[in-house]
Design a protein around this ligand. Structure first.
Ligand SMILES: O=C(O)c1ccccc1N[C@@H]1O[C@H](COP(=O)(O)O)[C@@H](O)[C@H]1O
Length: 198
């Protein structure tokens, strides 16, 4: 089970997430988020990370040029893309990317292309709200290319055992009481638990 820890805003949290065993770190380039990070600051963190940790830039309804520029400037290796209006030409994105499905109902998980998707619960603010998706929506669906997000914590992670998700993505569930600041022990516990899930 791959684990992405999203909403990294400082080097200490980044290194603690890596030491906890996270495979990927997410950086939010959406200015209205409390976890927004300036691209230059994200770059400084990215440059200090050890090998084999993927940097993921999160974009909300931005154009191709913006996504390419910020991924380049901030040294992101993957773009996590919310494209609500389905307007992007993905051939123009020069970086690897993963599309986000903001699921409102089970129907949103059906008839997808055979690519990897990050599946999050629909919230007006776009994400990071700790809202969960009903797990029964995934029943009888192949989840091997889904990264599950939305309201995951050590308290509920066991519930996804058996679905066969490719990975999980967590933000608020491993935060301290301050949004944008991670809790080291929560990250350690989360990754440990995620690694026991099939
Ligand atoms: O984290 C944010 O502030 C954020 C802002 C805008 C879009 C997405 C955002 N975060 C993503 O939300 C999900 C779930 O977060 P949580 O675990 O429920 O807090 C995750 O994919 C984050 O990458």
């Amino acid at each position: 089970m791959r684990v992405k820890i999203c909403g990294i805003t400082n080097l200490q949290d980044a290194l603690e997430a890596v030491n906890a065993g996270a495979n990927a770190l997410g950086f939010v380039f959406y200015k209205k988020s409390p976890r927004y990070i300036e691209p230059l600051k994200a770059k400084e963190i990215a440059e200090k990370l050890p090998p084999f940790v993927q940097t993921v830039g999160l974009f909300v309804n931005e154009n191709e040029e913006f996504i390419n520029q910020i991924c380049f400037d901030a040294k992101m290796q993957l773009a996590q893309i919310i494209d609500d209006f389905d307007v992007l030409n993905y051939e123009k994105i020069s970086f690897k990317y993963i599309k986000v499905i903001r699921a409102k109902e089970k129907k949103d998980l059906l008839n997808l292309n055979k690519e990897y998707y990050l599946v999050d619960a629909f919230v007006d603010s776009f994400g990071g709200e700790g809202k969960r998706i009903a797990l029964d929506w995934f029943e009888s669906i192949d989840c091997s290319k889904f990264i599950l997000a939305g309201g995951l914590t050590t308290k509920n992670l066991k519930e996804i055992n058996g679905f066969g998700f490719y990975g999980v993505d967590v933000s608020s569930g491993v935060e301290s009481e301050v949004k944008g600041i991670k809790d080291r022990q929560k990250m350690i516990d989360f990754v440990k638990e995620a690694n026991e899930i099939k």
